[in-house]
Design a protein around this ligand. Structure first.
Ligand code: 5GP
Length: 114
C-alpha cells in the first residue's frame, strides 16, 4: 500500500509544523487552515477511515480527543470554543485516507456545515 501523506510526515519524509508527538500520535498544523487554529491530530497507526476502526483502537481514539483538548487549551481557544471533526469518505469530505481529527477554532464557526 502506498504511504499516505500523513505517514510520510510521521516518517519525516516530508516536513510539517509539529505541535505534539508521542509514541502513538502526532499533531500538526493543517497546511491549508480554515481558521486561525487548525490542527490535525493523527494516529501513527494508519487506519484509513472511521469505518475501519476496531474496538482495539478505542484507546487511540480517546487519546486523540485528549490531545485535541490539550491543544485547544494551549491555543487559548478552550473558553471561546472550537470544533473537532472526523471526516469520513467522500460525502464526509475526507481527502486523506488515514484518520485524523481536525481541531478548528479562533473564529465563530457556522452550523450546520456546508
Ligand atoms: P480531510 O479532508 O481528509 O478531512 O482533511 C485532510 C486535511 O489535510 C486537509 O485539511 C488538508 O489541508 C490537510 N493536508 C493535506 N495535505 C497536507 C500536507 O501535506 N501537510 C499538512 N500539514 N496538511 C495537509
Amino acid at each position: 500500500m502506498n504511504k499516505t501523506i500523513f505517514q510520510k510526515i510521521i516518517d519525516r519524509e516530508i516536513p510539517a509544523n509539529i505541535l505534539y508527538e508521542d509514541n502513538d500520535i502526532i499533531a500538526i498544523e493543517d497546511i491549508n487552515p480554515v481558521a486561525e487554529v487548525h490542527a490535525l491530530i493523527i494516529p501513527k497507526k494508519c487506519i484509513p477511515t472511521l469505518n475501519d476502526l476496531d474496538p482495539m483502537d478505542a484507546d487511540i481514539v480517546g487519546k486523540m480527543v485528549l490531545v485535541a483538548k490539550n491543544l485547544a487549551k494551549e491555543f487559548k481557544i478552550d473558553e471561546s470554543g472550537y470544533r473537532t471533526v472526523f471526516n469520513c469518505n467522500d460525502d464526509g469530505g475526507q481527502t486523506v485516507y488515514h484518520i485524523h481529527l481536525h481541531l478548528i477554532g479562533g473564529r465563530k464557526l457556522n452550523w450546520p456545515p456546508g
